[in-house]
Every structure is written in C-alpha cells, then in structure tokens.
Ligand binder design. Sequence first.
Ligand SMILES: [Zn+2]
Ligand SMILES: [Zn+2]
Length: 169
Amino acid sequence: MPELARALRVNALELLRQPGATKPIEISIPGAELDVVHDQLVGDIVIDVELEAMNDGIEVVGTVRAPWAGPCRRCLIDLSGTAEGVVDELYQVTVIDDDAYPIVDNQLDLAPMARQVALLELDQERLCRADCAGLCAGCGIDRNEASCSCDLTVTDNRWAALDGLVLDE
Ligand SMILES: [Zn+2]
Ligand SMILES: [Zn+2]
C-alpha cells in the first residue's frame, strides 16, 4: 500500500480508550491513490478532518477538498475552482448506525469516506452562474453575450412531427 494511503489509516484503539480525545488529520493525496478517477480533477485531494472519540465510536468532522476544472454545463465556458465536501461521519467497531463506516482490525480507514465525498463533489453540476442562459439550441450562439432570432418553437414542431411517424416493426 502506498505510504499516503497508509497515512489515512488511523489506529482507532488508542482513541476509543479515551472518549473525548481528539486527533486532527490533514493530508494531501493524489486522486489516483484514493481510486478517484475523474476528468475534472486537476490536483491533489485534501482531507482535513478531526477525529473525536465518542462512547459508541469515532466521529470524523471536517472537509474533503478537490481542485477541479471543467466546462459550464450550459454555455461550455471553461471554469475551475475547489469543490469542498463537508464531512460528518461516524465510525463504529460494531456498526449500529446505518450510515456509519466500520472500524476493522482497530483501524479507521479514511480512504473510502474521502473517495465518496470527493466523487460526489466532483460530479456536481458546473454553471458559470446560476442564471447562465446557455447556448442557443438553434444556432449555438452564447445567449449570455448575444441574442439571435432563432424561433425554437419551430424546432420543437419539427420534432413533434416525428411523433406521428409509424415505424415498421
Ligand atoms: Zn454558463
Ligand atoms: Zn439562435
């Protein structure tokens, strides 16, 4: 196992012996080492969390951040930023809470949680702004910057005409 991935495995036994004890962890790791393969990921994923020992497990609170670059879904302009997912998870030796992650062999493994959060954040819809007008479906013009005289109702009617077609089986 690569060294960084190993750093994401925490000895849970020590913490579980002292409820209330906390342990901060900040680690920067290439997506590949977390099995995060995503076309919009452009740098290391940062896991910045604090572990807190509870009576029934270990609570992990913090963030997972992933730098990304990709097109606006509507107008295709290039965008970039850092996606930040909030982490608030419970790890348990005996998983009672349905949403809890297991502590296996006294090891708390942050990798599966970080992978899940990072992928969820990277899959978010990217828009240059909430009211991006997008590209005209008729002529492709960027409707944020220019207007056109395309009558899209006509386009719709053309498609509607296809509904009347009877296809041979
Ligand atoms: Zn846009
Ligand atoms: Zn147009």
